[in-house]
Design a protein around this ligand. Sequence first.
Ligand SMILES: Cc1ncc(COP(=O)(O)O)c(C=O)c1O
Length: 366
Amino acid sequence: MNIPFFSFAGTHDPIKAELTKAFEKVYDSHWYIMGNCLKDFEKNYADFSGTKYCTGVANGLDALIISLKTLGIGAGDEVIVPSNTYIASWLSVSYVGAIPVPVEPRVGTFNINADLIEASITSKTKAIMPVHLFGQCCEMDKIMQIAKKHNLFVVEDNAQAQAATCNGQMTGSFGDINATSFYPAKNLGALGDAGAITTNNTELNHKANVVRNYGSQKKYFNEIKGINSRLDELQAEILNVKLKYLNNWTKTRVEIATTYNQLLNGVGDMVLSSIANNCTHVYHQFVIRTKQRDALQEYLTKNNIGTIIHYPIPPHLQEAYSEMNFKKGQFPIAEEMAETSLSLPLYPGIKNEELEFVANTIKKFF
Ligand SMILES: Cc1ncc(COP(=O)(O)O)c(C=O)c1O
């Protein structure tokens, strides 16, 4: 058996005709930027997220940067971020000139530990950026309470968890303004780069719209110095098609994770992730932890099972952040996660016998 880490076959192949039709629709419209397909998608994704507004942008990193810019966060401000996340979360803070202030995660959930946030708040803190890592919603009830108490903005990084919830409320609808990514391999992915911003705030929505389009709402009239980060018509229409299937795909992801959890419970020294109270997980990734991570990965590779390490180096130890002079050992939980985490194949289309093969191969290793 040969099991790739990821495959589009299970999601794309059954809807190829619809995706092709979407391409033809945009091709025939002769309108490729800021047209009706984008308008439709912005409405559809806002409805899906339970927010008033959605603004389509070019990618998830831009969605974060524009969100921070829209809030007026910049030089000298501090933004609380998780110590273990994809570096994009930190980069967005750095790109607006602000300082990322890392807070350690809870070991079981991989998500920022809400109980540690208050200790990192200073007079310069302007916002908290919870990242719903690997598909699990953060403890948004606690995080929103802390933000309210200290008068801070919340910007959700929802790149990995479209459709996850806390107390039944969707990710991307808690913060003042929130960012998501439709990178192809995300739970909702375009056929190229794409992203979006969601908010319930009319003023912030207006500003985000203006920032993504050269600082202009009326052509050639520029209110502010904006950027060009628009979600094009083709990707928007592809996303309109795929959004209809997201709930089914999410259900499938949860079923696959349930099977893995049953098959892998108590195997070797492996630790499976846990889910915080009142939160749900949409399994963008299925991440296990073991002290024998590198040897296990090598063994699985030899047995034709693809795996990926999310992420081998935490942001504070990346060369890109060397100027902040973080030391190894400063964020031990993030560092331990980087040394022990391994993501197993999980995608709609993976078969039960393939999950069994992965689990049996892991059992053989231990
Ligand atoms: C947590 C997180 N934030 C932000 C991003 C940035 O998204 P994009 O790749 O669309 O710029 C990603 C993408 O991988 C991500 O995983």
